[in-house]
Design a protein around this ligand. Sequence first.
Ligand SMILES: *Cc1c(COP(=O)(O)O)cnc(C)c1O
Length: 262
Amino acid sequence: MSKTANIDWATLGFSYIKTDLRYVSYWKDGKWDNGALVEDNKLSISEASTSLHYGQQCFEGLKAYRTKDGSIQLFRPDQNAKRMNSSCRRILMPEISEEQFIDACVQVVKANEHFVPPYGTGATLYLRPFIIGIGDNLGVKPAPEFLFSVFCVPVGPYFKGGMAPVNFTIADMDRAAPYGTGAAKVGGNYAGSLLPHEEAVKAGYADCIYLDPATHTKIEEVGAANFFGITKDNKFVTPKSPSILPSITKYSLMHIAETTWI
Ligand SMILES: *Cc1c(COP(=O)(O)O)cnc(C)c1O
């Protein structure tokens, strides 16, 4: 087992900590370069980058877990690669091969191994892959160049208290339009969710639940998580809508449960 960083794993929240190395790859003239690990956690990009003005960017989130025997596992990174490519297709960004995506994640975990929390602490190493449009551009069109990067941060549970129950309220606002970008993991959906989230927190809730944007009559999804319920007769139920972000956790649960669409 490798040595571990001097961190109080039990009290970790979901906050940024600079870890040692991150992966960076650039797309130019129709292809991604080989990528490299770098120490610098700052990006130097054109002031006219499409990611800054027109929201041409997407991201992923996955975790590395320490197992009982001390080894490290990623949870279904191939699914994150597929979902990132589906986000890329929706906003005209170049796809990245599943091999390069997984290799980048593995390199970042290995290079920051001492930040992977020990087994049993409840903490994990969160990986944040992202692709952004860069390069000089003014008009509304896809960027001339792109950057793919993966960084990692050791984190505790996303909601304070971990498995302890939290309260949610219903949002009046929407995070996505009926046939908009709700199913793509793009920053724009999150920009639209900042205000309803803040209002929910001010009112004493952990987050808000979004209703279907077309009719506002059905539950659609929670801020950064899909919604499912277990009925009195033990059925797993979950909403189906084109504006829900396809959660890998949810689809994994559906795989092992008999699902009823509501
Ligand atoms: C990332 C995300 C989820 C959760 O996806 P997982 O694959 O389960 O981590 C759910 N809803 C939204 C809006 C998201 O961006």
